[in-house]
Design a protein around this ligand. Structure first.
Ligand code: NAP
Ligand code: MG
Length: 500
């Protein structure tokens, strides 16, 4: 269990923080080549945190060139797996030592409750990096079946220079989901963090250098999507891009790739995830706790948030009473107060978008108000059908939409009636129905009688328009950052023997 500090101690840490301001390229901090900067603010207070380097295409070119140099000379890509592992484990130890500082930085930059940063974001980030570090020297290549005259090796090689474009909702954790397997595989990386939340990525890069990661292997290019994300997506010398963010932006990366060098593209995108509760669900108290966690954790700024509650008529009123009871425990407040569960939304513009949904109709069953700063109350709204705006659009805020159904079949049909397919959950005491439902739900992760995203050992990604090209987490994540090479050796006496 994480040792939480007091609010006063967190405030003192916040005051003492040295905030990074510059991009991290080729092993050192540097301003944007243009000299431009953008202002990074704390969304809970609107206080200015830092003036961060606003990089552009010329900084992307520099970072990619340095990443390529590092990749080609093998300073990381050809290091023995055990040596790469040691560097990454040293990084995780440094992060552990600085975990309170990282938590405060993440909270200040994103508005997240310090409680979440301390109990989820930072420990999960460390766990993820450790898991992939430990994997490096446990993956074997293959020998394919062939005749006695031949030897056919199937080997994995790092894909090369990788671009990573990140969202703001789990800034460090999403970075870890991608650099964990990418660095383990031996790739060189150019990261574009979301402009809203660039600070922890910069701090992590500094720690990685301290841990012994060679210069040029991990570069952080700060700036906007248009000035940094697009040039990275279109760069002719980037071999692969992994992106997490909205479906609309993700789609652009396929165009960037098609119009440039056909780089590999992996996309983790949005969701409008159904949570089905059937009449025979057991222990409604526990179900309600899962529903509330699914809908309101991280202020609903979660691509796998259970944002559509699809509930059967017989249990609806009893369940909603319990959901309201549990939701009342999720208090709004200062993110640096460790007793607070609902912090600020990430920015003024995102707050305005979420707030607009509070006036989109339906019957407000709970909440519906906004508070000082960029806070939104946990809100529950019943809608007449799944075609309602609140049931179709990803809100990415603490708003749970309720849809009543009369049967299992109707529940599954409505659950699947969305262009998204990231996650889904189903609550029922009937084992057969649970498994049948899990198979019928078109989503990358289905949880039964619980809400969750699995863990580092299980793949995470979306069906339909929630994802493309691969999975984060688990050993399968490794596949994204490697490519297969066949090495065919002719062992016959006659060197002219043809390969068959
Ligand atoms: P976003 O607007 O798509 O931004 C994601 C990243 O793309 C940011 O770094 C952004 O830069 C950059 N970007 C924006 N426009 C770009 C362009 N034209 N070309 C290249 N890059 C561009 O998404 P967001 O608002 O940060 O995050 C919320 C969304 O992410 C939600 O829809 C959520 O569902 C999804 N999400 C999905 C997952 C998953 O694993 N499936 C996880 C987390 C979030 P700037 O913002 O800095 O300009
Ligand atoms: Mg910020």
């Amino acid at each position: 269990m994480t040792d939480l500090l007091t609010r006063g101690e967190y405030e003192a840490l916040a005051k003492a923080l040295q905030l990074p301001q510059n991009a991290f390229i080729d092993g050192s901090f540097r301003p944007a080549l243009s000299g431009k900067r953008f202002t990074s603010t704390n969304p809970a207070t609107a206080a200015v945190l830092a003036e961060v380097a606003a990089c552009g295409p010329e900084d992307v070119d520099l970072a990619v060139a340095k990443a390529r140099e590092a990749f080609d000379d093998g300073r990381w890509s050809r290091l023995a797996p055990g040596a790469r592992k040691q560097v990454l484990l040293r990084l995780t130890r440094l992060m552990e030592r600085n975990r309170h500082e990282l938590s405060v930085l993440e909270s200040l930059d994103s508005g997240k409750p310090i409680y979440d940063c301390e109990t989820v974001d930072i420990p999960e980030t460390i766990h993820c990096l450790k898991w992939h570090a430990e994997l490096i020297d446990k993956i074997y290549d293959q020998v394919a079946p062939s005749s006695d005259d031949h030897l056919a090796l199937v080997v994995r090689e790092p894909v090369g220079v990788v671009g990573l474009v990140l969202p703001w909702n789990f800034p460090l954790l999403m970075l870890a989901w991608k650099i964990g397997p990418a660095l383990a595989a031996g790739c060189s990386v150019v990261v574009k963090p979301a402009a809203e939340t660039s600070l922890t990525a910069l701090r992590l890069a500094e720690m990685a250098a301290e841990a012994g990661l060679p210069a040029g292997v991990l570069n952080i290019v700060t700036g906007s999507g248009v000035e940094v994300g697009e040039p990275l997506g279109r760069h002719p010398d980037v071999d692969m891009v992994s992106f997490t963010g909205s479906t609309a932006t993700g789609r652009r990366f396929l165009h960037y790739s098609a119009d440039s060098n056909l780089k590999e593209v992996v996309l983790e995108l949005g969701g409008k995830n159904p949570c089905i509760v059937l009449d025979d669900a057991e222990d409604l108290d526990a179900v309600a706790a899962h529903v509330v966690q699914g809908a309101f954790w991280n202020m609903g700024e979660n691509c796998s948030a259970a944002s559509r509650l699809i509930v059967q008529s017989g249990v609806k009123d009893r369940l909603l009473a319990k959901v309201r009871e549990h939701a009342r425990e999720w208090n709004i407040g200062d993110p640096l107060d460790p007793s607070v569960r609902i912090g600020a939304l990430v920015s003024q513009s995102h707050f305005e978008k979420v707030a607009s949904y509070l006036k989109a109709g339906g019957e407000v069953l709970m909440g519906g108000k906004t508070h000082h700063g960029t806070h939104v109350e946990p809100t529950i709204i019943a809608v007449p059908g799944n075609d309602h705006k609140l049931a179709q659009e990803e809100i990415f805020g603490p708003v749970l939409t309720v849809i009543e159904v009369t049967s299992f079949d109707e529940a599954i049909r409505i659950a699947n009636d969305t262009p998204y397919g990231l996650a889904a959950s189903i609550f029922t005491a009937n084992g057969k129905r649970a498994l049948r439902g899990a198979r019928m739900l078109r989503a990358g992760t289905v949880t039964v009688n619980s809400f969750g995203e699995g863990d580092i050992a299980t793949p995470f990604g979306g069906y339909k328009q929630s994802g493309f090209g691969g999975r984060d987490n688990s050993i399968h994540a490794h596949d994204q950052y490697t490519q297969l090479k066949t090495i065919w050796l002719d062992l016959s006496d006659n060197a002219d023997t043809a390969i068959d």
